[in-house]
Design a protein around this ligand. Structure first.
Ligand SMILES: *Cc1c(COP(=O)(O)O)cnc(C)c1O
Length: 349
């Protein structure tokens, strides 16, 4: 079965096998990791290894702190302005899809928000009055991504949502203030959100910010201001072990390019059947989004796909159509098979 779910999404098979094999007796402790206290040496070591692995994979500079949080993407939509907006009361958001729009709408409650849109230089208007410049690196629902990191111009720094392409491309830390990612797309099971923040961006939160929504609580408290999501962190650690063994983030980037290119070639070959609206420069390597001319053909396509072992290709409920999500764990064979089935379908109808 090939799993094209947008999230929660496919995890590497070897990781699931490791979880399975070790579930009842964690490192000889005699009990399951699901039953262990989070302040034991064993669990602290899991957190420390995950942090070290991420630092290696993404070449995170030492003046950035890692934070393992809960609450998912929507909690970050509120945490970002609560923590960073106070200094100038104003920020600029690049709005290009559901997730950047959601973040911008939430931020409006905390200060003055200006907007811009995806393009060659989205933050060209940013000045020192902008506490940060916000964008979503990969819009999961619309299948759009930034080809390269935008410039922050006058803004203090960038804040980026990398939920659906975290660990699939290197990060340019030069302009970053915060990178965050909800884990359930390209990283780990739902229930974990990773944040990587410049240390000098901590301690600027509005005074009404709850402890659990203050980045400093995580950065200074080893991500344990309360009981953390131990199991999710453990699976994330196994995923980063796997990524290191597989050759790292650049390798993932090349694989993602190869997988998505297989599908984009078919879209370009049959543009009347597979309608694709994202400009070439912004094509996502994670989520290939298109639609067929009518609902009947869409359903027929999905049914043919299922007969060929290709599952969860339905587009997001807000846009319909088809979405093929191919994250780090998707082998190239899955993309090949889908491309083949799409071509065969196009020849028949
Ligand atoms: C899924 C997603 C979110 C929302 O995540 P939740 O944890 O469900 O709130 C935010 N941003 C991006 C890019 C996403 O793909």
């Amino acid at each position: 079965m090939w799993n094209f779910s947008a999230g929660p999404a496919q995890l590497p098979k070897t990781v699931l096998e490791q979880v399975h094999a070790r579930l009842f007796n964690f490192q000889g402790c005699g009990c399951s990791i699901l039953e262990m206290g989070h302040r034991t040496d064993e669990i602290r070591a899991v957190f420390a290894t995950l942090e070290e692995n991420l630092r290696t994979l993404l070449q995170i500079p030492r003046h950035f702190d890692l934070m393992f949080m809960q609450g998912g993407g929507r909690m970050q939509f509120a945490m970002v302005p609560m923590n960073f907006l106070q200094e100038t009361g104003c920020a600029i958001y690049c709005v290009d899809g559901t997730w950047s729009k959601g973040a911008q709408e939430r931020a409006l409650r905390y200060g003055q928000i200006q907007t811009c849109s995806m393009g060659a230089d989205p933050f060209a208007r940013a000045t020192a009055e902008h506490a940060y410049a916000y964008y979503c690196d990969n819009e999961t629902i619309h299948g759009k991504r930034f080809a390269c990191t935008p410039r922050k111009h006058g803004a203090r720094g960038l804040v980026t949502d990398m939920s659906s392409n975290f660990l699939s491309r290197p990060i340019d830390w030069e302009e970053m203030g915060l990178v965050w990612a909800a884990a359930q797309k390209n990283f780990a099971p739902a229930g974990l959100t990773v944040g990587i923040v410049r240390r000098d961006w901590l301690n600027m939160a509005y005074s009404y910010t709850p402890t659990m929504m203050n980045y400093a609580s995580y950065a200074y408290g080893h991500s344990m201001p309360n009981t953390p999501p131990v199991f999710q962190v453990y699976v994330a650690k196994l995923v980063t072990d796997w990524l290191l063994a597989e050759g790292g983030v650049e390798r993932m980037d090349r694989r993602a390019k190869a997988r998505s290119q297989l599908l984009y070639d078919v879209l370009d070959q049959y543009p009347d059947l597979y309608v694709h609206e994202v400009p070439r420069a912004f094509r996502s390597r994670m989520n290939v989004v298109f639609h067929l001319p009518n609902e009947e053909l869409t359903q027929e396509f999905l049914s043919v796909a299922r007969q060929n072992d290709l599952y969860y290709l339905e587009g997001h409920r807000s846009v319909g159509g088809i979405r093929a999500s191919m994250y780090n764990a998707m082998p190239i064979e899955g993309a090949r098979r889908l491309a083949f089935v799409m071509k065969e379908f196009a020849k028949k109808v």
